[in-house]
Design a protein around this ligand. Structure first.
Ligand code: NZQ
Ligand code: ZN
Length: 381
């Protein structure tokens, strides 16, 4: 095992913590508050932000959509450049935070911001940003990743840079009160798959990373089981913190990653507007079956330590069934058929897009070629 690890995002966790932004953002900064379609105006978060920023100079940009597009975000980049913005506050879910990261980076670049996503521009400088999270799922509030869509080409790509990692993140479980159930269950499954992408690979003997990953998975199962408790602060707090820890760099340090489910899933979202988490629940079971030979040991470990399954020669197979049952228990789809009629044409289109985006050797062994991806998609029905 070999790694360097730091997570520099300061977390302000708990009810009432939004007021900390008054001091977390230096008073001499000109702030751009970025948010989405208006949910923050219905749950009191916007009012708390206005209150906390009353001694700051600030302006706002709204309308960042779910699966944020470069077409929308470039309008915010213009504002940030023209108004010499020197701090960004993202208020919302993963889409708003990812979008704010793009704006923070693109505002410091003279070329076309899309260059960041296609690797033509490496981000080393960005406007500092903070985040107020309203939807536990992605972990974007304290990591250095961002996923952006170009609507015109139906392309959804990630970029990573320490320069866009939020300086602070406010995790107030009260902000979840207005979350639609669909988003709540999406968040549970997205966080689950984040842990899997960093755990369900090869046995590396990393006891801390494995043990912590298993604790997070058990939490997510339990929270789904206790779904009836979702209106209490303890339930919300546990989900918010679990989803955060699932993708803040810790469990992924020094171990092998996969991320193939995410990369194939991104194409489903970009082409057919499938919610991010739903793209994962469709792809992952089929991908695990396809890759069972390399993933068998970790699937067995998960089956035994997380689901409490007894040892057997088909333990890995039974673990995948348990994962599927878990997704279905929270009403997430596990089959591609649930997303359209003309499957053959859809699969052709997805494969073409994967090729265009260079996603031709995915997974921990780069063994998921386009042919393997096709098989995974064909079997996901
Ligand atoms: O736009 P508003 O009005 O805020 O509504 C949003 C949106 O419609 C709504 N919402 C958020 N908080 C709410 C609320 N509605 C009521 N009450 C609240 N408290 O929920 C809808 C979905 O929001 P979105 O931000 O899109 O969801 P999520 O947090 O699941 O983010 C998904 C995006 O994150 C990317 C995904 O690809 C996708 O684009 N990811 C980012 C990652 C990262 N940066 O590390 C990793 C993930 O794997 C993921 O890929
Ligand atoms: Zn995800």
């Amino acid at each position: 095992m070999k790694f360097s690890y730091v997570n520099p995002t300061q977390i302000h966790f708990g009810q009432g913590q939004i007021e900390t932004i008054a001091t977390s953002i230096p008073k001499d900064k000109k702030v751009l508050v970025i948010y989405g379609g208006g949910s923050i105006k219905k749950n009191g978060v916007y009012d708390q932000v206005c209150d906390a920023l009353k001694e700051h100079t600030w302006t706002e940009f709204s309308g960042v959509e779910a699966n944020p597009t470069v077409e929308t975000l470039d309008k915010a980049v213009v504002i940030a450049k023209e108004q010499a913005i020197d701090y960004i506050l993202a208020v919302g879910g993963g889409s708003v935070i990812d979008g704010a990261k793009y704006v923070a980076a693109a505002a410091k670049y003279d070329g076309d911001g899309w260059d960041i996503l296609i690797g033509k521009h490496q981000v080393t400088d960005a406007i500092p940003l903070g985040a107020i999270l309203t939807l536990p799922a992605t972990g974007s509030e304290s990591n250095s990743g961002s996923v952006i869509t170009q609507k015109s080409t139906q392309t959804k790509l990630p970029f990573m840079s320490p320069a866009v990692q939020p300086k602070f993140a406010v995790l107030d479980p009260d902000s979840m009160k207005t979350l639609p159930e669909r988003q709540l269950v999406n968040g549970i499954v997205d966080a689950w798959v984040h842990v899997c992408e960093q755990y369900l690979t090869l046995p590396t003997g990393a006891m801390v990373q494995d043990g912590y990953a298993e604790a997070l998975l058990k939490n997510l199962l339990k929270l789904a089981e206790q779904y009836g408790e979702r209106d209490n602060n303890e339930w919300r707090s546990n989900l918010m913190w679990t989803a955060n820890q699932a993708l803040n760099g810790l469990i992924g340090s020094g171990v092998t990653h996969d991320w193939a489910t995410h990369m194939i899933g991104h194409e489903l979202t970009a082409l057919y507007n499938v919610d991010h988490a739903r793209s994962l629940s469709i792809i992952q079971p089929s991908l695990l079956r396809n890759q069972i030979a390399t993933k068998r040991a970790k699937l067995e470990q998960l089956g035994s330590n997380v689901f409490g399954l007894a040892a057997s020669s088909d333990l890995a197979e039974r673990t995948i069934v348990e994962i599927e049952n878990f997704y279905r228990s929270v009403q997430l789809p596990t089959e591609l058929t649930e997303h359209g009629d003309d499957k053959a044409a859809a699969i052709d289109t997805i494969i073409k897009q994967l090729e265009t985006h260079g996603m031709v050797a995915l997974g921990e062994n780069q063994a998921i070629t386009l042919e393997v991806s096709r098989q995974i998609l064909e079997d996901a029905v």
